[in-house]
Write a protein of this length. Structure first.
Length: 511
């Protein structure tokens, strides 16, 4: 009977979350290392012990077993963490992708390993674990991983039950980490020690504790040979007891065997906190249940006014831009809430939350500005505003500028942004702790005076001109262009809230 197989293909933007790195050292299965037997083995005591077996190192069985442990090693020059495989940067895709699969068939997946900077790897040896599973059915099967030794892997899963299923792949260790584990294992007789407790109950003397292990420890040693199996055990010889007084056993210490450069390989890096200067990924994030999740850093949400106010406590926030940034201002005023002084339109506007010492200011970025009749003297050029700020750790500057420039040749915009960039650079030079955030353009224009195409041109210029500077970019373009709400240059509240959350994630990146 042919049952239908529905395969649920995971959206590409969710893929990185299916990779996760498990790096608890205790979880690493330690194969027995026979190397140290070669030189340090004390001959077994002939008295009371069985005749010793053929030395293992010479046995054909050991040689055969060691063959089983063959694992590709990275090239010698690939010891830097940057060249190690990154779970986040690696990709996989279904081979012979179909909409329907049949129970009894195999599902093939091709995985391409990439390094920390996203470059494809050209050698194998990554330790991957794959499974196909249906969480709703509580069904799962392990997949087989074939290493092609060129940075690609083929994962094979048998299709054994009917229903939606998903592929999950974990990078347990990069090939570089495997090489490190192997080197540590093979160059240290053991990385943990044990304790032997020597007691002489008859004499009531003090207990003595020494180090024990499967191999002789340094200095005078007590050797114990199990009469039944011939297995050996060694402890440092106690000073006031005889070897026969060994009564108790316990675990000892975990030796510090990694240099700090090596520790990086065995540390799970939590997602980076959001910080100015971080380059945006492409895509920079995605919506899930109406919440924007950044793919470049661990974006936070501020669902309650207490959380938002907690983030902004003691801050002086200068918001300089157009009506799309005034939406942030209006959102914060209603959400926190603060007391607002000043009138609407091109500002300047001031709001305060006196209990927590929050000051919010909003003003327009200066002419050209398509606005109602306003005082010329109130319209300050953005660069001049920045020049007038001392900056500091409590100061946050967020600006946007594009919507009122779509009606001119681009050099007008470039000249304006050039001056603003210079002002930002000087602000960050005199006060490096100032937080500077740029709200990118958003979508929603559709006329000859403002079209998304014209906006995108300016937005590309803005991003390019601030690339590499210690400023944060809130990707309002992505956040407005993929949302289900109909396009509107003044997006709906749910989008504005996500934009503000992204902004606050830079102001308060968390731990
Ligand atoms: C999958 O197979 C079922 C049963 O044969 C069929 O009804 C369905 O239309 C197929 N779906 C697709 C997308 O081919
Ligand atoms: C890697 O090796 C496999 C198997 O030999 C081959 O099919 C694939 O094209 C190779 N990929 C690259 C990138 O060399
Ligand atoms: C300011 O604008 C908002 C929305 O744009 C409006 O709700 C509010 O009443 C205006 N306030 C004043 C003082 O005009």
């Amino acid at each position: 009977t042919q049952l239908c197989w529905w395969l649920w293909q995971v959206f590409c933007c969710l893929t990185p979350f299916l990779f996760c790195v498990i790096l608890t050292p205790q979880m690493i299965y330690r194969f027995l290392s026979f190397d140290h037997f070669r030189d340090k083995l004390v001959p077994p005591s002939p008295v009371g012990a069985k005749p010793g077996p053929t030395p293992l190192t010479e046995s054909p069985e050991l040689q055969a077993l060691l063959q089983l442990l063959q694992w590709p090693a990275p090239p010698e020059n690939a010891a830097a963490f940057a060249s190690s495989t990154s779970a986040e940067k690696s990709h996989y895709r279904l081979l012979q992708s179909q909409s329907n699969y049949t129970v009894g068939n195999m599902l093939l997946v091709s995985l391409e390993a990439r390094d920390q900077s996203g470059q494809p790897k050209h050698y194998g040896g990554d330790f991957l674990r794959a499974k196909l599973h249906s969480p709703e059915l509580k069904a799962s099967v392990a997949g087989t991983v074939e290493d092609h030794n060129n940075g690609t892997y083929t994962l094979t899963f048998p299709l054994l039950w009917a229903g939606a299923a998903q592929v999950s792949v974990r990078l347990i260790h990069s090939s570089e980490t495997v090489a490190l584990l192997r080197r540590i294992r093979d160059s240290h007789p053991s990385t943990v020690t044990f304790r032997g407790y020597f007691v002489d109950p008859g004499q009531g003397s003090k207990e003595e504790v020494t180090e024990c292990n499967v191999h002789p420890v340094s200095g005078p040693t007590c050797q114990y040979v199990d009469p039944g199996t011939g297995e050996r055990w060694f402890c440092a010889r106690p000073q006031h007891h005889s070897c026969n007084d060994l009564v108790y056993h316990s675990t000892g210490i975990y030796k510090n065997v990694l240099s700090s450069a090596e520790k990086v390989f065995l540390t799970t890096s939590p997602p980076l906190p959001c910080h100015p200067g971080l380059a945006l990924t492409n895509p920079s994030g995605f919506y899930y249940k109406d919440v924007w999740v950044s793919l470049g850093c661990s974006s936070r949400t501020f669902p309650t006014s207490d959380l938002a106010l907690g983030c902004l406590r003691g801050k002086i926030v200068h918001m300089i831009g157009d009506s799309t940034l005034r939406q942030w201002w209006e959102f914060l005023l209603a959400f926190i809430p603060c007391k607002s002084l000043g009138k609407n339109c091109s500002g300047p506007l001031l709001a305060v939350e006196p209990a927590q010492g929050l000051v919010l200011r909003w003003r327009a970025h200066g002419i050209p500005l398509r606005t109602a009749k306003s005082k010329m003297a109130d319209m300050h050029y953005l660069a001049n505003e920045l020049d007038a700020l001392g900056g500091g750790p409590d100061m946050v500057v967020v600006f946007t500028l594009w919507a009122h420039f779509t009606t001119f040749p681009v050099d007008v915009y470039v000249r304006r942004v050039h001056g603003i960039r210079q002002a930002v650079a000087q602000l960050l030079a005199r006060s490096p702790q100032t937080t500077v955030v740029i709200k990118s353009a958003n979508t929603g224009f559709k006329s000859v005076y403002g079209s998304d195409w014209l906006s995108l041109q300016l937005d590309n210029i803005l991003r390019a001109m601030f690339a590499g500077m210690k400023v944060a970019i809130v990707d309002a373009w992505a956040m407005t262009s993929c949302h289900y709400l109909p396009g509107n240059i003044h997006p709906g509240k749910v989008i504005v809230q996500n934009e503000v959350n992204a902004f606050l994630s830079y102001v308060c990146p968390g731990k």
